[in-house]
Design a protein around this ligand. Structure first.
Ligand code: NAD
Length: 421
């Protein structure tokens, strides 16, 4: 796969923040606080693997801001995890939670390694040892991890179980220390699909607002994991056709359309889209130049830079991933009248349902799937109303409008609470 030299994720996050802050004249003393995370933790921890070998792993947890409530954010297992990336991802979580009016701040973390290269027994040791090493730096009222790239409900179950076993006085009452768990361990119905549900609600709203007919429209999706695969199915139910798809194993095109359900089954069985018996293999550059209506990056950050933006042949970019478009890429997309549904709005369905899971655990309740879906829909609709109204009022792009809403809420809270001591 081609190497892509470009600005860092944190530079992108800082540029977006600066533009949002300027749109509401954010007071400099508040901008100063929000420009850097509160805490940056790097932990080297040893794990004795099943084969007897001991390896040292590098884990991160960055806590960006908690003025709205406990830090909240995913745990990523990927070879590219870095301090810079966690800083950016934690800031995006802060804005996302503020935009959705959740009682949470922003955090992000992970371990720099390739989970695909390890057996389940070792993944359990690594996940538990990292949770133990984080110790009191996480907790249900302090910092609440969730799944992200390379992690899933099983990893969250291990983290919750490890944390619970470290808290002897309240073992049964700390299920809400982690969200994105399996249903058996206290997870919420619909959490796995929640990010895709939220994304499809945003796309539906965008289409109605812009008078665009989604029936028969085409889509290209990069990343066919939890978010990408569920989104492909949700959008195909709305009449869209998946004409190009890619993941860490490569990129494929099929003008007749892939069957997203069968492709998902294949990925579950084989670990990637490689070997799926339909379509034609294409290069990464060709994928980003695919002729389609909606292009969805649903994998890593920094995927759409100037080259991809210049070659894009779509009407809308939907940021299912966090930070997939860099500043130059976004500028060129706008210049070419290609709209962007920004990450902090588009993929916020996941953290909204994580919040529902956190509430259910505390109340010892279990909501059914329809209830979760309806509650998510109501919240997404309210946030979409606010975001589109602000976009029209500011005459700006949707990202800047979302930042304006989120930063205004944080500004008002800081001004009310003050900075102490
Ligand atoms: P996942 O691990 O389930 O899937 C990741 C996908 O990205 C896989 O298909 C993988 O093959 C692909 N990928 C990895 N490296 C790649 C590369 N170099 N080139 C192309 N594809 C590559 O992760 P996920 O939970 O689906 O998360 C995907 C994105 O969505 C991430 O950016 C994550 O931060 C964001 N997100 C996830 C959630 C959630 O609830 N899981 C919520 C909000 C945002």
């Amino acid at each position: 796969m081609a190497e892509i030299p470009r600005m860092s994720a944190y530079e992108v996050a800082a540029g977006q923040f600066a533009k949002g802050a300027a749109s509401i004249d954010l007071p400099p003393e508040i901008a100063l606080i929000l420009a850097q995370p509160k805490n940056e933790l790097i932990i080297h921890f040893p794990v004795k693997l099943a084969n007897g070998e001991t390896r040292l792993f590098k884990g991160y947890r960055v806590q960006h801001n908690n003025v709205m409530g406990p830090y909240k954010g995913g745990m990523r297992f990927h070879p590219d995890v870095s301090l810079d990336e966690c800083k950016a991802l934690s800031a995006w979580m802060t804005w996302k939670c503020a935009l959705q009016e959740l009682p949470f701040g922003g955090a992000k973390g992970g371990i720099k390694f390739d989970p695909n290269a390890y057996e389940l027994v070792d993944l359990e040791r690594i996940s538990r040892r990292f949770t133990h090493a984080l110790g009191a730096n996480i907790g249900p009222d302090w910092d609440i991890p969730a799944p992200d790239m390379g992690t899933n409900a099983q990893v969250m179950d291990w983290m919750m179980d490890t944390y619970s076993n470290m808290r002897h006085e309240s073992r049964q009452s700390v299920k809400h220390s982690v969200t994105g768990k399996s249903i058996l361990c206290g997870g919420s119905e619909g959490r796995e699909e929640a990010t895709a549900w939220g994304l499809s609600m945003c796309i539906d709203r965008w289409a109605r607002d812009r008078g665009f007919d989604l029936a028969g429209a085409s889509m290209a999706i990069q990343g066919f994991g939890n978010v990408g695969a569920h989104l492909a199915s949700a959008l195909s139910r709305m009449g869209l056709v998946l004409v190009a798809v890619g993941d860490h194993s490569g990129y494929w095109r099929n003008p007749e359309g892939f069957n997203p359900y069968k492709l998902h089954e294949h990925v579950r069985a084989c670990g990637s889209i490689e070997g799926y018996p339909a379509g034609e293999r294409i290069r990464r550059e060709e994928f980003f130049a695919s002729e389609c209506d909606i292009l969805v990056p649903a994998a890593l950050a920094l995927q759409i830079g100037s080259e991809e933006a210049k070659s894009a042949r779509c009407k809308l970019v939907v940021e299912a991933a966090n930070g997939p478009t860099d500043l130059e890429g976004e500028r060129i997309l706008h210049e070419r009248n290609i709209e962007v549904l920004p990450d902090i709005l588009a993929n916020s369905g996941g953290v909204v349902v994580s919040y529902f899971e956190w509430l259910q655990n505390q109340r010892c309740e279990r909501w059914d799937r329809n209830t979760v879906h309806d509650k998510l829909k109501r919240r997404m609709d309210a946030t979409l109303d606010t975001a589109f109204a602000r976009e029209a009022r500011l005459g700006s792009d949707l990202r800047t409008a979302c930042y304006a809403v989120a930063l205004e809420r944080m500004r008002d809270l800081y001004e009310r609470r003050g900075i102490w001591p």
